[in-house]
Each structure stands twice: as C-alpha cells, then as structure tokens.
Design a protein around this ligand. Structure first.
Ligand code: DCP
Ligand code: MG
Length: 396
C-alpha cells in the first residue's frame, strides 16, 4: 500500500506578512496589489476570511466587507524565499517530493519504510517539524493516493492533519461535491451533468468507455480516481511549458508610446526566466485587457527558437503596433511557449547573446532590478499586480 502526504501552507502570503510584522497577528490581513481600487486579493488571513474575504476578490469589494482589514502590497521575493525553504525541508524527509505550487507539495513515504515504521505518526511529525522550522502554520492530509491526501488537507485546514485509512477512502471521496475535486473544472462538471452525473456516487452508473468517449483520457483518469483508483505517481521536477508575466496598470494607458516601457519590462522579465530555465521558445504572445474588460491576444511563431530579449521584444512590439489604437488598456501580458530544452547548436555567439549572458550574471549577483533597459525607466505608471506564471508540463 502506498502512502502520500500532501502539505499546504495556510493563507501563505498573509501568514508570511504576519510573521514579519507581529502587530498583524490575529488580525484580518489581506495581501493584494498596492492600488485599492483596481487589484485583487491574492491571500487572506483566516481572520479576514471570517468576513467573507477570499483570494481572487477585488480589493475594493474586500474593503467593503471588512473596512478595518489591513491591506498589504505583495512582496513576491520574500514569499519565494519561504517557498524554497519549504521545498528544501520536505526533501529532508523523502526523495519523493512533487512540488505543486509555491506553498503546496506531495511527499511520498512508501519507499522510506525503514526510516518510518509508522507512516501516520511520521506524517504528523513531519508536519509539526516543517511548521516549526518555517514558523508558519501548515496543514497536511495523508492517504494511499495523491487525490485522497490532497482532499484530506482541504478538510484539515487550518493548522490540522487528517489521515484517511484505506477502508474509509471511498466514503471520504463520496463526501465531496464534484466541483470540489481538483481537475474538475466548470466545463468538465457541465459535461458530466449532460451525462446525468451530478455527484461522485453517480459515476458508478456509467462505464469507463463512455467517460472516455466524452471526456478523453483525462476524464477517464479522473473517473477512476473518484472510484478510489488513483494510480498517479510523484512526478519529478518538470520544465515549464510556457512562461508569462503581466499586470494590471495603475491607470489605463492609450498609446503605443505609453505601452512600450511596460512591454520592454515584461519581455525582459519573461526572456530572463526563459534563460534561467535553460529553454528556447518558438512562440510569443501578447495579451491586452481593454478598459471594458474585453480581451484580445495575438501570437506568432518564431524561428529559429530564441531566448533573448531582442527577438521577443521585436515580435511583441509588432503585435502591439497592430492592436493599440487609442482605446484604454487596463492589463498587459507577455507569454512565450513552444519551449525546447535540447541544446540548439550555435556556430558562433552573437553580440546579443553575449549581452544577455552579461545581464544574467549581474542579476544573479545583485537581483533582477539591479539593471534594466533605459527606455523601461520611462514607465511612469506602475503595474500594480504582477502575476507570474510558469506553467509546467504535467504528464501522468
Ligand atoms: N495566490 C494568488 N492568487 C490567487 C490564489 C493564490 O496570488 N488567486 C497566492 C497567494 C497564496 C498562495 O498563492 O497565499 C497560495 O495559494 P493557496 O491556494 O494555497 O491559498 P492560501 O495559502 O493563501 O490559503 P489556504 O491554503 O490556507 O487556503
Ligand atoms: Mg496555501
């Protein structure tokens, strides 16, 4: 029988802020952008949640629900240091670690029987030790599959631990609504509904072949998982499939001239991350959210594969020229995808490549903001909520 433990830090960003500033402890705290009118809540302390504040909610709405809630601008670099510490700690207990997000990971103990004769006791101990060393409350769930462990954590929150014994797993799974199951989005739930399935026990009435016909292989995997047959394993660290950066602007902008410094910053940030991951991209996309919240995106294929700022900027700028025409812009985002990780042979180094290497070295030593393009400095209007996303290749 396999044994998985799932860990998830409680109210991650908000807790880090409460740890850094003891005056915030025990109080409603929400971390969001620095503009009270335009950004969204990234994390809410459990005290703030009592007022109905949750992640993804616009800050102005959260402020209405709880006027004395303390709003804090995010400090992504600080959260990143806690993330790295968290991952490192978990690897101390088992080599089988799968990182899911900044504050969430699976640890499989199956192959560490000699170290941990009693898995459940070990899981409890690991949670306590990780929590103590980080100084943050961490919740954990355990079971014989990843899905059971993850769902157990959701029931253990905040600051708890829940183990589901093998003979209780089916009953436990059936206690969840379909839309609470990770991997079942709105679209999958709607597709299941069309097949007459509105709850997990309903799944028993349908054959795996029928599910596969309607929802494909992923649907079939989900189906088996819900019937207690989750065969998925710990996935080794994966390389990202796409890398994007974007933000909502503090004030709407209208012209290409105003957009260029932001585009420079976003392209520089994406290309730097791409080089850090050791990849070369073949596709570049620009996404714009207009003032009426409608969105447009444009993508181009690029050959040969690139990882330098200049190629990306050239492509994104061309797309921006074709799209920007005086209408108010609220959000800008740049993404690269179609990433290759095989070394591509180069006969000689271009000057641009040498420049990129020098840039990376400076930033490795002094941090990303240490150096930037001069025209980026013309960015008068700041981006208020940087979202950083590095979508990883997920294979089962
Ligand atoms: N996050 C974000 N935007 C969101 C959701 C999350 O920026 N819409 C960030 C802030 C969170 C962190 O990711 O602190 C971890 O996300 P979780 O979903 O684990 O949420 P929390 O850790 O805040 O709360 P909890 O895990 O206790 O539910
Ligand atoms: Mg969390």
């Amino acid at each position: 029988m396999r044994f998985f433990v799932h860990f998830d830090i409680d109210a991650f960003y908000a807790q880090v802020e409460q740890l850094r500033n003891p005056e915030l402890r025990g109080k409603p705290v929400a971390v969001g952008g620095n503009s009270l009118t335009r950004s969204v809540v990234a994390a809410a302390s459990y005290e703030a949640r009592e007022y109905g504040i949750k992640a993804g909610m616009p800050v102005f709405q959260a402020k209405k629900l709880c006027p004395h809630c303390i709003f804090i601008s995010p400090d992504f670099r600080l959260y990143e240091t806690y993330s790295l510490k968290f991952y490192k700690l978990l690897y101390r207990y088992s080599p089988d670690v799968e990182v899911l997000s900044q504050d969430e990971a699976f640890v499989e103990l199956t192959h560490c029987r000699l170290l941990y004769p009693d898995f459940v006791e070990a899981a409890r101990r690991i949670r306590r030790e990780v929590s103590r060393e980080l100084g943050l409350r961490v919740s954990a769930g355990a079971g014989s599959s990843k899905i059971v462990a993850k769902l157990a954590t959701s029931r253990a929150k905040p600051d708890g631990f829940l183990h589901i014994p093998p003979d209780r797993e089916l009953e436990f799974l059936e206690s969840f609504a379909l839309e609470d199951i990770p991997g079942i989005g709105r679209r999958t739930a709607a597709a299941l509904k069309r097949l007459g399935i509105t709850s997990i026990p309903d799944l028993r009435q349908i054959s795996p072949h029928k599910i596969r016909r309607f929802l494909g292989k992923r649907g079939e995997d989900l189906y088996l998982m819900m019937l207690g047959k989750d065969f998925s394993r710990i996935e080794p660290p994966q390389k990202p499939k796409s890398i994007s950066r974007g933000y909502t602007l503090e004030k709407n902008i209208h012209t290409l001239k105003e957009a260029i410094p932001h585009i420079i910053y976003l392209c520089d940030s994406v290309a730097t991350e791409l080089r850090k991951e050791g990849g070369k991209a073949t596709r570049a996309c620009l996404r714009i959210r207009w003032e009426d919240f409608s969105e447009v995106s444009r993508c181009v294929s690029v050959f040969p594969p690139f990882s330098d700022f200049f190629t990306l900027y050239h492509q994104v700028r061309k797309m921006a020229e074709g799209l920007i025409s005086g209408y108010g812009i609220r959000l800008l985002s740049v993404e690269v995808s179609g990433i290759y990780y095989e070394p591509t042979p180069t006969l000689f180094k271009f000057r641009e490549e040498e420049l990129m290497t020098a840039l990376d070295r400076i930033r490795e030593r002094y941090g990303f903001p240490a150096i930037s393009f001069a025209s980026e400095a013309r960015k008068k209007n700041e981006g208020v909520f940087v979202f950083k996303s590095t979508r990883r290749v997920l294979s089962r």
